[in-house]
Design a protein around this ligand. Structure first.
Ligand code: URA
Length: 434
């Protein structure tokens, strides 16, 4: 077999055999195929796509390219949830404790920030002492005792995706549905859970900008899960504005704690309840109405908040920072961006908000950068809100004046104000697949 012939075959729009995909991925991981040939292969896939069967083969090849996790020691059905990536998306921090407080087992593998999107592992690490590199035996034990554990990906979990993803990132081949689906599902399947809730983001802050392309991605992922003998439901959700009000690692933990105490923003709380009820349906065969009621009770009774404290303590986090979360905000200053005239907040370009947060230091510019956990944004207004001149739109938590200036300039381009008829506001949930 030769990489050249496989690239040519895909470039000509032909369907590849499993062995040919195996040859490309294994060669890419072990270095026998040079990056320029893998990059050419990815570009051929970008233009000619993969069939559902090819996508499934690619997923399985990447799934078994390194270690896989065996969750058979966890009693009951384990559920995992994955978001395709967004801005202000702190869902796991609330969803995990809520669902676990209702009796389900959540074994969650999470990632760090990627591009303009944030990552759960970074958010949790803003709690002093919190450990995400726990070994698998302890992880499984914690799911059995507390019902909820989060671990970061180990070095040898799905190395095939790690290598391919890094190449896609620099060859403009990220946003091909078959490549996104196989990347996400290879990691989910290697993580070993029985059922998955997939939060497929749609809009300016997501990889899929419109409902049709997001639906296509959702169908491919659900199809892969089915072929692998697992259950999955994909929920298409709005990422055309930041989720909730707060963006930035410590700020998002603070908003998650507020939400667990029943004081969260409506959009974020509703999304957690929607995703959570499908997790309960799959884990405990619970009727959706009953699941919704139980999730709401987990908040009003304080049980979800208590579960979060238990979870943070189990993973070495200092719970005093959860009890008094503003202790995490060790900023030099807070800048308030105000409305220049009477108007409506028409639209927030969410990708630009993510970039502006990274400019402040909330994300990494290169892979070894240190994150500044305490910086970020607190939006006091959302699209559709009426603004009076000098009303505060967003508070910017910063530590460095130069970074602040760069961030303000990007943020100004992200926020559009104007007449009421120009307001762009989307529904929270677009569709449910599977
Ligand atoms: N998240 C992933 O893990 N992979 C992708 O390709 C896109 C989002």
């Amino acid at each position: 077999m030769r990489a050249y012939d496989i690239i040519l075959k895909k470039r000509n729009g032909e369907v590849l055999e499993k062995e040919e995909l195996e040859y490309m991925i294994n060669g890419c991981v072990n270095g026998t195929i040079p990056d320029y040939q893998t990059a050419a292969f990815l570009m051929a896939v970008y233009f000619k796509h993969l069939t559902r069967q090819e996508t499934y083969y690619l997923t399985e090849i990447m799934r078994y390219s390194g270690d896989t996790i065996d969750l058979s020691q966890i009693s009951g059905i384990t559920v995992d949830k994955h978001s395709t990536g967004g801005v202000g998306d702190k869902t796991t921090l609330v969803l995990g404790p809520m669902v676990a407080a209702c009796g389900a087992k959540v074994a969650k593998l999470s990632g760090r920030g990627l591009g303009h999107t944030g990552g759960t592992i970074d958010k949790l690490e803003s709690i002093p002492g919190f450990k995400t590199n726990i070994d698998m035996t302890r992880w499984i034990e914690q799911v059995n005792t507390i019902g909820f554990a989060i671990a970061g990906q180990t070095a040898n979990l799905v190395p095939g995706d790690k290598k391919i993803y890094a190449l896609r990132d620099v060859t403009a081949t990220v946003d091909e549905p078959s490549l996104i689906a196989s990347s996400i599902m290879s990691k989910k399947l290697a993580g070993g859970a029985d059922a998955f809730v997939l939060d497929v983001k749609v809009g300016s802050g997501a990889f899929m900008p419109d409902v049709d392309s997001a639906k296509e991605l959702a169908k491919i992922m659900v199809d892969i899960a089915k072929k692998a003998g697992k259950e999955a439901v994909a929920i298409l959700t709005n990422m055309d504005e930041p989720l909730g009000n707060k963006i930035g690692n410590a700020l998002e933990v603070i908003e998650a704690v507020d939400t667990l105490k029943g004081n969260g923003p409506d959009d974020f709380t509703n999304l957690c309840i929607t995703l959570g009820k499908y997790m309960l349906k799959m884990a405990l065969s619970m009727d959706l109405k009953e699941a919704e009621k139980r999730l709401e009770e987990s908040i009003s009774s304080g049980k979800a908040y208590e579960k979060f404290l238990e979870f943070v303590q189990a993973q070495n986090g200092d719970i005093d920072y959860v009890v008094n979360p503003t202790r995490m905000l060790t900023n030099d200053g807070v800048y308030e961006m105000k409305a220049e005239q009477d108007s409506y907040l028409c639209k927030i370009n969410t990708q630009k908000v993510g970039i502006a947060a990274n400019l402040l230091g909330a994300g990494r510019e290169s892979k070894d950068d240190k994150i500044d956990y305490s910086v970020g944004f607190d939006f006091l207004k959302k699209p559709g809100d009426l603004l009076k001149k000098d009303d505060k739109i967003v508070k910017i938590y910063y530590n460095d004046e130069i970074r602040l200036e760069e961030s303000i300039s990007t943020l100004k381009k992200a926020i559009r104000c104007g007449k009421k008829e120009n307001v762009e506001k989307n529904q929270l949930i677009f569709d449910i697949i599977g």
